[in-house]
Design a protein around this ligand. Structure first.
Ligand SMILES: [Zn+2]
Ligand SMILES: [Zn+2]
Ligand SMILES: [Zn+2]
Length: 180
């Protein structure tokens, strides 16, 4: 496969955005500026409101529901947005692959690859049941194709193939095996 697939399956890459943000290596502003450039290159406009919604999602350590995003937006900017408009803006961000929606929980999280230059793949998610962090990982196209073929063999018409896996992240596994 191409080098882009290799890049996105590296565990370090999928977590780098979150850890960089918290350690201050990549500022939220830099990621937002990059997001603005991505939108512009696709002929879309990251308006101030959309940018602020993305900022709320970027600054959260956990995926958020649209209601939580509306609450945090109000707390941060002192302005009320209806949940409907939050959903509209989230859809825009999702269409431009700046955020992803977890289908099993209807929560939103920032794309881990906003600052990357490679093409985006069909995202798959590893959700930690303990600390609620989510890793975005790439899965090889052959595996997805085989999975789709298997499913379609049953006569099922597959609409989407986003996979969400639940378990314990590396940090939480370590925490649970260290004696108290
Ligand atoms: Zn992504
Ligand atoms: Zn990447
Ligand atoms: Zn965890």
């Amino acid at each position: 496969m191409s080098s882009t697939d290799f890049h996105s399956v590296r565990p370090a890459d999928s977590t780098s955005l979150i850890s960089d943000l918290s350690s201050g290596n990549t500022t939220t502003e830099q990621v937002l500026d990059r997001a603005q450039a991505i939108c512009a290159s696709q002929g879309a406009k990251l308006t101030d409101k959309r940018r602020r919604i993305l900022q709320v999602v970027l600054q959260s350590a956990e995926p958020l529901s649209a209601y939580q995003i509306a609450d945090q937006y109000r707390d941060l900017y002192g302005k009320t947005l209806s949940v409907m408009s939050v959903y509209r803006m989230l859809n825009f961000l999702k269409d431009n692959e700046l955020v992803h929606r977890l289908e099993t929980t209807n929560q939103y999280l920032p794309c881990s690859h906003i600052s990357c230059n490679h093409a985006h793949e069909v995202p798959q998610f590893l959700i930690c049941d303990s600390c609620k962090t989510v890793d975005e990982v790439g899965i090889r196209k052959e595996i997805l194709q085989e999975l789709s073929a298997n499913i379609e063999d049953t006569g099922f018409a597959l609409a989407r193939q986003q996979l969400e896996f639940r378990g314990l992240c590396r940090a939480c596994q370590t925490a649970s095996t260290v004696p108290a």
